[in-house]
Design a protein around this ligand. Structure first.
Ligand code: HEM
Length: 537
């Protein structure tokens, strides 16, 4: 159903100020001087050498020489679109976040969907996790929900992320294989990090090959906090539910499309929006009261666990509509900088050790990727409210900050008075009580790596189970080192013995060497002492 033309959002209007139309305009240099000829360089004689004086040649060539920036270290390939978000009902009881108070407020958003492993030019329809990052341009500043299309993650502690990514990216000696989970290093990492069992089940399921960005769920993954105006906090998980439902490709389709149309997913999104078939996603919340923190047989701070929806229902609270394509891929999609640490009053963090580590990583990597500390001034990253602070200088500063004072406190300018705690709308961190010894260890409550993987397996239909087994055959079948393949079979026997037997049949290794409930040693120090695994059976 085609939607009527919709008014541009405040963000879309803000971006208009930066847009240039080139039609019918004379060619100029970067300095605005008209150019007479851009196809012949200035030469000393018709057959002579090009001369240094040719400022147009030098400018054109040096710009070209500097046109690339580093691609994202993960999620390099992505595609963005603009839209807006509206809540259905005021969520005043749950949070003081202003954009969640009033159903009449349309909060502008920019969303970037991505694959994780492949480089910028890789194919869309590979088996991989998909990123689903949303920037809400709220009146309280930017809130970024930097999620994925799977509700959990490969590891529990962020410090393992560099190891994991080194294992799943192309191997460093020959940069093979591109964008594939089929290699020794990944599976070696998996068997040495058994907390990945649940996520690997999701990755090898049909969720790993979505048919369309419009037909994917999104998940914030971590446990966050919502805080209301009275200071009451609750644990929350964020969900996006696509109005079109969740659909996947088959593996055969995915492989063929990767060859025939590597842009399949981005083209689908672009075309749908151009046709007025605006993708819609409903926002869902799972809420756990603070008093219920320890009521579950998993730790709610463990990012390898879902909160089963039967136990904690998803409450649908609003809807996001993507109604406008970007005008310029580089300026918008490529320069967009999402960061989990971009929060607004009413939304806060928890001690999930994966979340805590991510809080460091994004700003750090963007300082490099986007060339210094002023990337918040790039149009796509600017909030729709003006920022005021004492940050100055740095590469490519755009703002002309007036006045001689750039420090606090000061008695000359006498502004930015310290907000009075709680009264002036300044961001206040939730005053969670934290106490403990400094230790490099993980809580025992994070030790069960298999129950939910089994739950996931048991929830699959026979056809879905067949797809998972085939995916194991394809991915683990390419592993050269049979010791690793054997360990995979042994590891997944802890999810389900039949699953492990079926995997073994297709990859030329023995049926599971171990039975359910046997110990498998995890090499991570925190778990090496006593790692008896609870199973769901
Ligand atoms: C992108 C780090 C886990 C979702 C990135 C980038 C880094 C990073 C460095 C590139 C950012 C940029 O260049 O702008 C990490 C670390 C993680 C982690 C250290 C774990 C410790 C996760 C998880 C999720 C996630 C659990 C999902 C909940 C994303 C998304 C992007 C991204 C969606 C792409 C954002 C975009 O579209 O620009 N991550 N990540 N990451 N990450 Fe993570």
């Amino acid at each position: 159903e085609k939607k009527p033309h919709e008014e541009p959002t405040k963000k879309q209007k803000q971006l208009d100020d930066f847009k240039i139309d080139h039609d019918g305009k004379d060619l100029t240099t970067d300095q605005g001087t008209k150019v007479s000829n851009t196809s012949e360089s200035l030469k000393a004689g018709e057959r002579g050498p090009t001369i240094m004086e040719d400022f147009h040649f030098r400018e054109k060539m040096t710009h070209f020489d500097h046109e690339r920036i580093p691609e994202r270290v993960v999620h390099a390939r992505g595609f963005g679109a603009h839209g807006y978000f509206q809540v259905y009902e005021p969520l005043t009881d749950l949070t003081k976040a202003k954009f969640l108070q009033d159903p009449n407020i349309k909060t502008p958003v920019f969303v970037r969907f991505s694959t994780v492993v492949g480089s910028r030019g890789s194919a869309d329809t590979v088996r991989d996790v998909r990123g689903f990052a949303t920037k809400f341009y709220t009146e309280d500043g930017n809130f970024d929900l930097v999620g994925n299309n799977m509700p959990i993650f490969f590891m529990q502690d962020a410090i393992k992320f560099p190891d994991f990514v080194h294992s799943i990216k192309p191997e460093p000696n020959n940069e093979i294989p591109q964008a594939s989970a089929a290699h020794d290093t990944l599976w070696d990492w998996v068997v040495n990090n058994q907390e990945s069992a649940h996520m690997m089940m999701w990755l090898l399921s049909d969720r790993g090959i979505p048919r369309s960005f419009r037909m994917m769920e999104g998940f914030g993954v971590h446990t966050f906090r919502l805080v209301n105006a009275q200071g009451k906090a609750r644990f929350v998980k964020f969900h996006w539910k696509p109005k079109l439902g969740v659909h996947s490709l088959t593996w055969d389709e995915a492989q063929k499309i990767a060859g025939k149309d590597p842009d399949f997913n981005r083209r689908d999104l672009w075309d749908a929006i151009n046709k007025g078939e605006y993708p819609e996603f409903e926002l869902g919340l799972q809420i756990i009261e603070e008093e219920q923190e320890f009521d579950f047989d998993f730790d709610i701070l463990d990012a390898t666990k879902i909160w089963p929806e039967e136990q904690v229902p998803v409450k649908i609270v609003g809807k996001m509509t993507l109604n406008k394509n970007q005008d310029n891929f580089f300026a918008e999609t490529e320069q967009a900088a999402f960061h989990l640490g971009n929060v607004v009053p009413g939304i806060d963090f928890t001690n999930d050790p994966l979340l805590q580590g991510r809080l460091f990583s994004y700003l750090d990597t963007q300082l490099l990727r986007l060339g210094g500390p002023n990337f918040h001034e790039i149009p796509i990253n600017r909030p729709v409210v003006q920022y005021y602070n004492n940050q100055r200088d740095g590469f490519h500063r755009m703002t002309i900050d007036r006045g001689k004072v750039a420090y606090f406190p000061n008695s000359i300018r006498n502004n930015y008075p310290m907000p009075v705690q709680g009264k002036d709308g300044g961001y206040e961190h939730y005053q969670e009580k934290v106490e403990g010894r400094k230790v490099r260890t993980r809580s025992e409550s994070f030790n069960d790596h298999f129950s939910q993987a089994t739950l996931f397996w048991n929830s699959m239909s026979p056809a879905e189970k067949k797809h998972i087994i085939k995916a194991f055959h394809f991915e683990v079948g390419s592993v050269m080192d049979k010791k690793i393949s054997q360990k995979v079979v042994d590891m997944f026997s802890q999810v389900d013995t039949n699953l492990a037997r079926e995997i073994a049949k297709g990859i030329g290794v023995s049926a599971p060497a171990t039975k359910n409930k046997t110990k498998i040693t995890d090499t991570s120090p925190a778990l090496s002492q006593e790692n008896t695994v609870k199973t769901a059976r």
